[in-house]
Design a binder for this molecule. Structure first.
Ligand code: ZN
Length: 580
């Protein structure tokens, strides 16, 4: 269940989000009548049976029966936990996820706030220091950076000295603790501390919402290490963050492509030359999480590396990680710079236009993949071909089903002279062995009697929550005899707790409930009753009245058949029912 995130927030989040937009950003959709379709991202198919309903804000696959609302989609598609799916959706809407005032999550949040505060104060202090240090200003000027760019990226300067931060920001025990938790100061054995960043240019690293979560520091002169990062801490997780992503989003309304580079200086230098769509991974390899995050912002990624061996290796890691996240409609390319050059030196040397020309000519993923494999073996021999096929198979197995995957298999087939069917069979058999068997759908635990009208009533109420205020479900449905009526009652009560609730949010309230699967199925059900919008209230009202009558009737029949005694009150009710 939702746990500590207030239910009303989740309702509201679902109503604000558009499932078509969210899915379309990941799986390009085509309009088909009232709905949208695509080839299903959850099973292998050539003709689209994956359907997204804009009205209902649900998706459904007629092939593999995957279904759900926007949160369920994010959980399944991006392998997110429930809370992470909500966080991700909220971040898209620029919303903070509130947590109810109890428990661990709130505690964690309280623990984080002082860290954000101290990081912000430190950043401001470093920026002030930059203004007073001629040496640092000269250094940046020498690298061709203007004051505007320094300001845009909040570049600062950490002066030389061991206790600059503690003397300015370590005013209290709490401040000192926060400084130490962020890693801005380092604790020594003798209870003393010293500043981590000394005599360095400071690049603040921001999260998706623009909060400073850590710093990168570059040395001004010669010295080691050239670059120094904040250590991981409660708010800074290297493998998840990208330097410059927030700034790109601020600078551009629509981002057609993103170039992933290695260093802070590269991002800033490119921005200085008007290429403000560069981000840096905060380590040598770009992680799958970073690639996923980037693909949420754009459809095209250009990985840019040095042409030397280390660069090629890093690029190959990026390729491997890209394969496991790439879907149709996403593009990944690789740009190798001449040896000894990086984007910073390159763009300063040749300018924006020439650099953008390099981006245009970047190597496609498939080219890089196959060229690299071929370079490692002699494909004029059968042995070499087999080696290429087996290596390529291992990589292709990681991919989601997509046309792109099919094309790679086709290319491999012509390269090694094995039929596509043969390769596909190999890939999918390995695939099946590595994937867990999907959970089977549990039947709805029912009571004694089934009544098809119940299904229709539940469907109507689920798809049109406003019906709850037009015709109330009677209280005795709570313990009704007929299967499904207690669920109808539960739906009524849930809607009463938030009369504005949308269908998709209503479904969300039943996540992990025993009826979740049944409700998901009914949420997409189309019947003459659900399709006839004109007299839906009337139809629903009649259904409820009819169900109420039939339930009591069944109940009395059951009692009488089993020779159970009716109470005086029941006898009276039964008589009334009989003459109805
Ligand atoms: Zn499917």
């Amino acid at each position: 269940m939702a746990g500590l995130i207030p239910q009303n927030f989740i309702d509201d989040l679902i109503s604000r989000s558009d499932i078509v937009e969210v899915i379309n950003a990941r799986v390009p959709l085509k309009r088909k009548g009232k709905e949208f379709t695509a080839c299903c991202p959850f099973h292998n198919e050539k003709t689209p049976s994956f359907t997204v309903s804009e009205n209902k804000q649900f998706y459904y696959c007629f092939g593999c029966h995957a279904k759900g609302n926007v949160i369920g989609f994010l959980m399944d598609y991006e392998h997110l936990s429930y809370v992470d799916a909500i966080e991700s959706l909220a971040a898209d809407q620029h919303l903070d996820v509130p947590h109810e005032d109890n428990g661990q999550v709130n505690q964690q949040k309280q623990d984080k706030q002082p860290l954000y505060d101290i990081l912000k104060q430190a950043s401001e202090l470093y920026q002030q220091q930059l203004k007073t240090s001629e040496r640092a200003i000269d250094y940046l000027k020498q690298r061709g950076l203007s004051g505007e760019i320094a300001k845009q990226f909040k570049i600062g300067y950490a002066p030389d000295g061991w206790d600059f931060l503690t003397s300015h920001l370590g005013k209290s025990k709490e401040h000192l603790l926060a400084l130490s938790k962020t890693g801005l100061i380092v604790n020594k054995d003798n209870n003393k501390t010293y500043d981590r960043f000394r005599d360095r240019i400071i690049f603040p690293i921001t999260d998706q919402r623009g909060r400073i979560i850590g710093f990168g520091g570059r040395i001004l002169d010669q010295g080691e290490p050239k670059y120094l990062n904040s250590p991981e801490n409660a708010v800074f997780h290297k493998g998840y963050e990208l330097y410059g992503l927030y700034e790109s989003k601020q600078a551009l309304r629509k981002i057609d492509l993103i170039i992933v580079v290695e260093g802070y200086m590269d991002v800033v230098a490119l921005a200085q030359h008007g290429i403000n769509y560069a981000v840096a991974s905060l380590g040598t390899a770009t992680t799958t999480e970073q690639i996923q995050k980037t693909f949420r912002t754009t459809h095209e990624i250009i990985f840019c590396y040095d042409g030397d061996n280390a660069g090629k290796k890093a690029a190959w890691r990026a390729l491997e990680n890209t394969l496991s996240v790439i879907r149709d409609g996403m593009v990944a390319k690789f740009l190798f710079l001449p040896e000894k050059e990086d984007p910073d030196t390159m763009v300063r040397k040749e300018g924006k236009q020439a650099f953008e020309q390099r981006i245009k000519n970047a190597t496609t993923l498939s080219e890089f993949l196959f060229n690299n494999l071929i370079s490692e073996s002699d494909i004029s021999t059968q042995e070499g071909k087999a080696l290429v096929a087996s290596k390529a198979n291992k990589l292709i197995q990681k991919m989601h089903n997509s046309l792109f995957k099919d094309l790679l298999i086709k290319q491999l087939s012509s390269l090694v002279g094995l039929s596509q069917q043969h390769l596909e069979a190999k890939i999918s058999s390995a695939d099946k062995a590595s994937k867990p068997v999907p959970k089977t759908v549990k039947p709805v635990r029912g009571q004694q009697v089934q009544n098809n009208k119940t299904r229709i009533a539940i469907t109507l109420l689920l798809q049109n929550p406003m019906l709850a205020s037009h015709h109330k479900v009677p209280d005795d449905f709570k313990n009704a005899f007929t299967k499904g009526l207690p669920l109808l009652y539960a739906l009524q009560k849930t809607i009463e707790s938030n009369t504005e609730i949308s269908s998709a949010a209503l479904l969300e309230r039943f996540r992990d409930n025993e009826h979740e699967k049944a409700l998901q199925r009914l949420s997409m059900l189309q019947t003459p009753e659900t399709e006839n919008a004109d007299n839906i209230i009337e139809v629903y009202k009649n259904l409820i009245e009819r169900l109420s009558y039939e339930d009591r009737d069944e109940y009395f029949n059951y009692k009488i058949k089993n020779n159970e005694q009716l109470t005086a009150e029941e006898q009276k009710e039964y008589l009334e029912l009989c003459i109805k």
